[in-house]
Write a protein that binds this ligand. Structure first.
Ligand code: LHQ
Length: 258
């Protein structure tokens, strides 16, 4: 059994964490399989959106704690360097938009992998917990990068220090996620979002993420220069020609992602 389930349908790559009996906790195997899958999604030309979700009742309980012995000193630098950091880098460099559909609890690295995705939606019964402080660790998987940017430093600090659980509805309200849907609606709503994104100009969406990512460390002047450079790239795409033609011809655009 693969620890990652995958299906490609209507240009949408559905990627599901598949260790439901372990609440999709990440062991080394699942982390490496997820990396391989994201790389393959990046390379597959017909794929224009990725949907990441979890099988069973959880999205992910974070690191599988049973992988570590309580007597030996763990080598977390190697674990994080080989597993989580490459996943976060891939999520931020893949040339297609990534939706995370959080179907249940997202804890520890599970929460932060979700928050690294482009658009995060969740079922109303889902929740998010920065569980690290409860076991004497610090938030990793770029949680300390994304969470304060999403909800502000004060809230992020409190949630990370206290390890309090946040419901999907609260997460939506504080801007941690894009939307919270009724449990029975999550799949439909996610598919609607994915289908919409799959029909959009893929390269422009990728370049949009690139500009947003760099905005966190750039000066205004650097950001203006970057926008100029990326807009020039977007202007070279066939989708730009199609976007303008369809506008002038008063018809719906037919973007190909090229
Ligand atoms: C688990 C886990 C789990 C193993 C539930 N592992 N079995 C990166 C790399 C390097 C260093 C370390 O850190 C990291 C990043 C991290 O992610 S650290 C943070 C790791 N995650 C946690 O600390 C969360 C631990 N889990 C929980 O707090 C709860 O299980 C949550 C809130 C996720 C769910 O609670 P419940 O819905 O009440 O379920 P449960 O606690 O009864 O869990 C169900 C089963 O899953 C249970 O096993 P059992 O055999 O008793 O049925 C748990 O032991 C197992 N499980 N999380 N991370």
């Amino acid at each position: 059994m693969s620890t990652i389930q995958f299906e490609l349908k209507n240009s949408i790559g559905y990627v599901a964490l598949n260790r439901p009996e372990k609440l999709n906790a990440f062991n080394r195997e699942m982390a490496l399989e997820l990396q391989d899958r994201l790389l393959a999604c990046d390379e597959e030309e017909s794929l224009r959106v990725v949907v990441l979700t979890g099988m069973g009742r959880a999205f992910s309980a974070g690191q599988d704690l049973s992988e570590f012995s309580t007597t030996a000193r763990p080598d977390f630098e190697t674990v994080i360097g080989e597993t989580y950091n490459p996943i976060i880098r891939l999520l931020k460099t893949i040339r297609k938009p990534v939706i995370c559909a959080v179907n249940g609890i997202a804890a520890g690295a599970g929460a932060n992998v979700a928050l690294a995705c482009d658009i995060v939606v969740a079922a109303s019964s889902a929740s998010f917990i920065q569980a690290f402080s409860k076991i004497g660790l610090i938030p990793d998987s770029a949680g300390t990068f994304f969470l304060p940017r999403l909800i502000g430093l004060q809230k992020a600090t409190a949630l990370m220090m206290l390890g309090e659980k946040v419901t999907a509805a609260e997460a939506e309200k504080m801007g941690m996620i894009y939307a919270c849907y009724e449990d029975g609606e999550l799949e439909n709503k996610t598919n609607q979002l994915a289908e919409k994104l799959a029909s959009m100009p893929t390269t422009a969406l990728y370049l949009t993420r690139k500009a947003l990512m760099e905005s966190s460390s750039n000066s205004l002047e650097e950001q203006l220069e970057l926008e100029k450079k990326l807009q020039a790239k977007a202007g070279q795409t066939r989708d730009f020609v199609e976007g303008v033609s369809s506008f002038l011809e008063k018809r719906n655009p037919l973007f190909t992602g090229k």
